[in-house]
Design a protein around this ligand. Structure first.
Ligand SMILES: C[S@@+](CC[C@H](N)C(=O)[O-])C[C@H]1O[C@@H](n2cnc3c(N)ncnc32)[C@H](O)[C@@H]1O
Length: 228
């Protein structure tokens, strides 16, 4: 178990070495979470809410494993990473071997519908539903069924330039949850404890990206599941 507190910058540097998907599919919105955003999420989960160290963790739609590997690195007791895509899991296995964290993480190629069991903490960066409307909805419902505490990343409805400028300075800011996620969470036995806005910058990688770098606001939902 990791006892030393890992600084966010150190975590970000570590996570930047976790390799991205070699051939991401637009239909599955397979972009890899930027290491700064991943480090912020993991830091909040580990040190603001004490939901990682010594806990069982599920990374739903794990891709190449940045969140799962980060959770194991920070001291999770056991981590499971699930993704529907074989190539993503193959890369995740290589990534976890590279950091000697293979023993702590179990990888599975499966649709999230096949996931059962109970986990202390679920981390997820689901498809935002840009390609398939409502794709993130399915993830949130599953997370509420199998997790006690959920950290779920969603695209924000905020697009204002002034808000983006503010986030560039402060990095993370508490905001009100979106009515859609609030309703969905409540309907499925959860309660939102906090919502944090942050900026996400991803390189141009899919035909529907019009700029060289795509920058937008995302929101991290910290949720307690009451159906656990
Ligand atoms: C936005 S990517 C995030 C990947 C990774 N968690 C990260 O943050 O770098 C979403 C991931 O969800 C996976 N995915 C999409 N639909 C899925 C499903 N029905 N079951 C399991 N995984 C799925 C995709 O293959 C993709 O790797």
């Amino acid at each position: 178990m990791q006892r030393r507190i890992i600084r966010k910058l150190e975590l970000e540097t570590f996570l930047s070495k976790v390799k991205a998907h070699p051939s991401p599919k637009p239909s599955l919105e397979q972009y890899t979470i930027p290491s700064d955003v991943a480090a912020t999420i993991l830091h909040i989960a580990a040190y603001t809410y004490d939901d990682l160290i010594g806990k069982t963790v599920l990374d739903l739609g794990c891709g190449t494993g940045r969140l799962a590997i980060g959770a194991a690195y920070l001291g999770a007791q056991h981590v499971v990473g699930v993704d529907i895509d074989k190539k993503a899991i193959k890369t995740a296995i290589k990534n976890s071997s590279m950091f000697n964290l293979k023993e702590k993480i179990e990888w599975a190629t499966a649709d999230l519908d096949a996931v059962h069991g109970k986990f202390d903490t679920v981390l997820q960066n689901p498809p935002f539903g840009v390609q398939k409307r409502g794709a993130d909805r399915k993830f949130l419902i599953k997370a509420l069924q199998v997790g006690k505490k959920i950290y779920s990343l969603h695209k924000s409805l905020h697009k204002e330039k002034s808000f983006m400028e503010k986030l560039k300075k402060v990095k993370v800011m508490p905001v009100s949850p979106s009515p859609f996620i609030r309703r969905l969470t409540k309907e499925n036995g959860g309660e939102i404890k906090a919502t944090y806005a942050m900026l996400m910058k991803i390189p141009h990688m899919f035909p529907f990206h019009t700029k060289e770098k795509h920058e937008f606001i995302v929101e991290l939902y910290v949720i307690n599941s009451e159906s656990y």
